[in-house]
Design a protein. Structure first.
Length: 334
């Protein structure tokens, strides 16, 4: 009898723990088709992986609708990698008492490691994929609050770049932006154009280091040339010398350069946040963007924290990004 009572006590304790534990967020891994990416010259698939992290109450509160945070991954990453790097479902579970939202993590990996979240006949129209195809699919298949005031955009590194780019180009789709360690914000000076890429074969480029892959990814996204196989892109040098027009094309895609052109879009945002680590290699870019927004009179949050390019991303998603969007979304009518 004593053993039976002891066993019943342990069972009761387990039930109390289970019942008192916060409900878990639920993750759905999907493959969705993007018309915007169809027919690109690199052969990047139009069938894209997307992770949808649903908040703890999603399955029980069946009449409720939720705001959506879209989170963009960085260069050489995939959506699967990002899910392993940031524990989105645990973060949503722990934050549920403050504000519930859906988080969407789409895949934008390409032949050379990243789409730059840009439109290009070589890479595919990944900007339109995120802003149009993806948003339309999520609103059509989940209980979202399907309006601008309930959509936020955030991302890390290349995803931070994409956040600013897409936010400026599609202000009617997103109400707030959070760029974590965003790369590629400044135009590249001519002296950084490296002629070594001119002589590389396709296989050599594919097997290259980070900077090689980044060079060909940027060329494919920002200076595409459908008549130039196998790269279908114009490089920054020709015969060992910088090509001013190509460098101008690349500079035109730098958010610090385009900010003034999209000032109404930036000012329409309910909130914007920029951040970088004090040992981050993109620090100069992010500081320049911060200064440009100050010059243009665009209100924004800014933080230079102790850390490098990626070592604080998981904890800052929970401690900074989710609270930021919780402050943005509460006035939305569900």
């Amino acid at each position: 009898m004593r053993y039976l009572i002891s066993a019943l006590g342990r069972l009761t304790l387990c039930l109390v723990v289970l019942l008192s534990a916060p409900a878990s967020a639920r993750v759905e891994k999907l493959t969705i088709h993007s018309p915007a990416i169809e027919g690109n010259l690199q052969g990047n698939s139009a069938e894209r992986t997307v992770h949808v992290i649903l908040p703890p109450s999603y399955d029980s509160a069946t009449e409720r609708r939720y705001p959506v945070l879209y989170f963009l991954h960085g260069f050489l990453m995939t959506a699967d990698n990002m899910m392993g790097y940031v524990n989105f479902d645990a973060a949503l579970r722990d934050f549920a008492a403050t504000r519930e939202m859906i988080v969407v993590v789409p895949d934008s990996h390409t032949l050379f490691g990243g789409s730059m979240y840009s439109n290009s006949p070589t890479v595919g129209d990944f900007e339109d994929y995120i802003a149009d195809d993806l948003v339309r699919y999520i609103d059509g298949h989940f209980r979202t609050i399907a309006k601008r005031e309930a959509r936020g955009l955030a991302g890390h590194s290349m995803g931070g770049y994409g956040t600013l780019r897409i936010g400026m180009h599609h202000p009617d789709d997103f109400v707030a932006l959070y760029a974590m360690n965003p790369c590629c914000l400044l135009p590249r000076p001519a002296e950084t154009a490296d002629p070594k890429f001119e002589t590389m074969t396709f296989d050599e480029a594919k097997a290259g280091d980070f900077m090689t892959l980044a060079n060909f990814a940027i060329a494919a996204a920002w200076s595409p040339d459908p008549g130039k196989p196998p790269f279908y892109a114009d490089l920054a040098t020709k015969d060992g010398k910088p090509v001013p027009f190509v460098l101008a094309q690349w500079a035109a895609n730098a958010p610090t350069a385009m900010a003034a052109q999209f000032l109404p879009a930036l000012r329409s945002m309910k909130a914007i946040a920029l951040e970088t680590g004090d040992t981050d290699f993109v620090q100069d870019d992010v500081i320049a963007m911060h200064q440009e927004l100050i010059k243009l009179g665009v209100p924004h949050d800014w933080e230079l924290y102790v850390g490098d390019h990626g070592n604080k991303v998981p904890e800052r998603f929970s401690s900074k990004v989710l609270p930021f969007f919780a402050d943005v979304f509460p006035d939305v009518t569900e």
